[in-house]
Design a protein around this ligand. Structure first.
Ligand SMILES: [Zn+2]
Length: 134
């Protein structure tokens, strides 16, 4: 026996608005938005919030994770971040990303959090640094 709640189609723009709100909260390190948070910025009924949230979970743009002793946290999946044209968040900004070079302020493909100088400047850096052993 399966009991499936009737799914009422909801405009995707409405879902994306809610997804953006979840993204903002997640990026700022705040708890996921509740019904009241959502309704403060999106004109929706409480039942619509529940439906939209459920729809986002069902289509894989949000996921629920529960750590022992903590309440369930709803976060965006990679698909969720892509849906709102943002890069997936990485904890503490580690991992490869586009970063701004500390020397020339140009954006470059950084391999990780410790890589803050672009390849061109790194070459210059080696020439200028006295402590580098050749
Ligand atoms: Zn540079």
């Amino acid at each position: 026996m399966r009991s499936v709640d009737p799914v009422i189609p909801m405009a995707d723009s409405r879902l994306l608005q809610l997804l953006l709100l979840f993204a903002e909260h997640e990026r700022d390190g705040r708890p996921p938005p509740g019904c009241r948070d959502a309704r403060a910025v999106i004109a929706m009924q409480p039942s619509e919030f529940v439906q939209a949230r459920r729809a986002l979970l069902a289509d894989g743009r949000l996921r629920e994770t529960k750590k022992p002793g903590q309440t369930t946290v709803t976060t965006l999946t990679d698909a969720g971040w892509i849906a709102i044209n943002r890069k997936p968040s990485r904890p503490h900004g580690t991992g490869p990303a586009i970063r701004t070079c500390l020397h020339c302020r140009q954006a470059f493909n950084s391999s990780g959090a410790g890589n803050r100088v672009c390849p061109r400047c790194r070459v210059l850096d080696i020439f200028h640094a006295g402590s580098i052993a050749w």
